[in-house]
Design a protein. Structure first.
Length: 238
């Protein structure tokens, strides 16, 4: 099984000096940005910046290993109100967190709608023996998609397993219009394909590995003596 971890210095992100005894309980976190925007999201977890250059639309962070417990999260993006809240990392649980936009039903005095709100939604990792693909729409209301040969009518947050997928690529259609594509030659594993939109009809999508994670050997020993492997995320192309 693949263990996907970012190369995080404990002293920088987790707040632990290298070589110190690390906490006994850890959770695993992967964040995807599904806001269709040319600017990157700035994300802070526990007051620490997660990605120095920001997280681009349609990409994920890869898996981070983080001490278990409740952590503050804040998200900021140009032209939109920031969002803040709290997430809980549970011991030995792998959590996928999606950042997306939710329409604001209110209207201004001139009749124009308020800008959409930044929101987050969590999903649980899962295991398969070969290939697994769950498609989830974060788009408001009901939407019709076509994933390869499969036609799907989905409500917001509804998940649908894509049968007979073996890692090949395909186009994502929304009401007959192309809104993204998934590259082929994916390795065996469990995946989520997430799609979201904004108030202007733009779409963002990403396919990300969501296998249940395990602590790698270098963390079970002395983290100062070995480095974790680098990670390459696999964004879909809008």
């Amino acid at each position: 099984m693949k263990n996907l971890f970012r190369n995080i210095a404990f002293s920088a992100f987790l707040g632990l000096p290298l070589g110190a005894q690390e906490p006994e309980k850890f959770g695993f976190l992967n964040i995807v940005n599904l806001i269709p925007h040319e600017k990157s999201c700035d994300i802070e977890i526990g007051g620490k910046q997660l990605v120095p250059a920001g997280l681009k639309s349609g990409t994920d962070t890869g898996w981070f290993v983080v001490p278990a417990g409740k952590k503050s999260i804040s998200i900021s993006l140009t032209d939109l109100d920031g969002a803040s809240g709290e997430i809980e990392l549970i011991d030995n649980v792998s959590s996928l967190v999606a950042i997306y936009l939710q329409p604001d039903p209110r209207r201004k005095t001139d009749g124009k709608p308020f800008p959409p709100k930044i929101r987050i939604k969590s999903f649980s990792a899962y295991d398969t023996k070969a290939f697994g693909l769950k498609f989830v729409s974060l788009c408001p209301k009901d939407n019709r998609f076509q994933i390869g040969p499969h036609k799907l009518d989905l409500k917001q947050f509804q998940s649908e397993d894509i049968p007979n997928w073996t890692g090949g690529g395909f186009e994502i259609l929304h009401n007959g219009k192309s809104v993204g594509n998934v590259p082929g030659n994916q390795e065996k594993g469990s995946y989520y394909l997430l799609v979201a939109t904004d108030h202007q009809g733009k779409f963002a999508s990403v396919i990300t590995n969501c296998d249940k994670q395990q602590l790698p050997p270098w963390m079970k020993k002395d983290p100062s003596k070995a480095a974790p492997p680098a990670v390459k995320s696999t964004p879909s192309q809008p």
